[in-house]
Design a protein around this ligand. Structure first.
Ligand SMILES: CC(C)(COP(=O)(O)OP(=O)(O)OC[C@H]1O[C@@H](n2cnc3c(N)ncnc32)[C@H](O)[C@@H]1OP(=O)(O)O)[C@@H](O)C(=O)NCCC(=O)NCCS
Length: 288
């Protein structure tokens, strides 16, 4: 697609663009990357994944394929310093949005801007600030919380648990924070400690944590709504903290929504404290 009044051409990226995309992502300054289980290049082949070119020169890339089907996170926006990030965004975003509107199941497009320049761009394009995500940290010098009283038993997650894990994820999280089955599989494969909580032989909760240079990061935690408030979440957290202590971790981090009172209370009781890092979450409702 040749754009009127410009010499920029926008088209869907292909695997043949991989090396040029890698250079754009690694060497340019104006790069927004989603905090993701996949690297930006791993989304190649899914749509929309658009690139803007000026002749043979790659000017920008924008990837926001839906996953799960109702939510499209902006996974990547990168602009070359040879162009204006603002100008190329104004050309490439409407094309991506038109592609997204063709997905009937899609409700939200969302982004977590980590830089002011990207926040400004999306604010001008109809995204609204929805809420914030805060970062908390637990230090291994903090005494472990008292063992929670619960009927749940905790065991390592296995591949066959993923169907039930996804059901819990769907039931427990608000729409925009749900993970697809594929995403949960990726998370499970990258986990340092992944566990499930069982009550009467039924899977009622899960957590997935990854290794970090300082210890660990609790990436996913959810309890079936009917089983919440019975100490299951606290048991999962206690168990993973014990696991990370055994591995010599110095700290364990977690992110949660600033208005998620249940998780904030749970983390505070477990000894987590706010690090001061806070990230805005922007959303745009898509009309079909
Ligand atoms: C957060 C979550 C995992 C907590 O699991 P849980 O099994 O209900 O937690 P627990 O029963 O172990 O409760 C731990 C503490 O949090 C408190 N808590 C639990 N639900 C609460 C709620 N809705 N409001 C306020 N406090 C709550 C409990 O009161 C308890 O403190 P207490 O012992 O002083 O009573 C669960 O609410 C959930 O799955 N939420 C949706 C997914 C989510 O937000 N995950 C975390 C994202 S990082």
């Amino acid at each position: 697609m040749r754009l009127p009044g410009t010499r920029l051409t926008v088209r869907t990226a292909t695997t043949a663009d991989r090396q040029r995309l890698a250079n754009l992502i690694h060497f340019e300054i104006y790069v927004h990357r989603h905090l993701d289980w996949r690297a930006p290049l791993d989304w190649l082949g899914q749509t929309p994944y658009l690139i803007a070119e000026h002749g043979n020169q790659l000017s920008a890339a924008l990837a926001c394929p839906p996953d799960p089907p109702s939510v499209a996170w902006v996974r990547l926006f990168a602009a070359s310093s040879s162009t204006s990030a603002e100008r190329v965004w104004e050309i490439i975003w409407p094309k991506a949005k038109a592609d997204l509107e063709a997905h009937p199941e899609l409700t939200w497009v969302a982004a977590i801007p980590l830089s002011q320049w990207f926040e400004t761009l999306i604010e001008r394009s109809g995204f609204s600030l929805s809420h914030h995500v805060v970062m908390l940290s637990w230090e291994s010098k903090t005494p472990l919380p008292p063992v929670p009283k619960t009927l749940a038993s905790i065991r390592p997650m296995v591949n066959d648990d993923l169907t039930e894990v996804q059901k819990i994820d769907q039931a427990a999280f608000p729409e925009v924070w749900r993970n697809s089955r594929e995403c949960l599989e990726l998370a499970f494969r990258q986990a340092a400690i992944a566990t499930v909580a069982m009550v009467d032989g039924n899977l009622v909760g899960y957590q997935i944590s990854t290794a970090t240079p300082m210890g660990g990061h609790l990436a996913r935690l959810a309890v079936l709504p009917a089983e919440q408030g019975k100490g299951v979440g606290a048991s999962l957290v206690y168990n993973l903290l014990t696991g990370f202590i055994q591995r010599g971790a110095q700290s364990v981090t977690v992110n949660t929504q600033q208005d998620n009172h249940a998780s904030l209370k749970l983390y505070a009781k477990a000894g987590f404290h706010f690090t001061g890092e806070i990230y805005p979450v922007y959303q745009q409702h898509l009309e079909h």
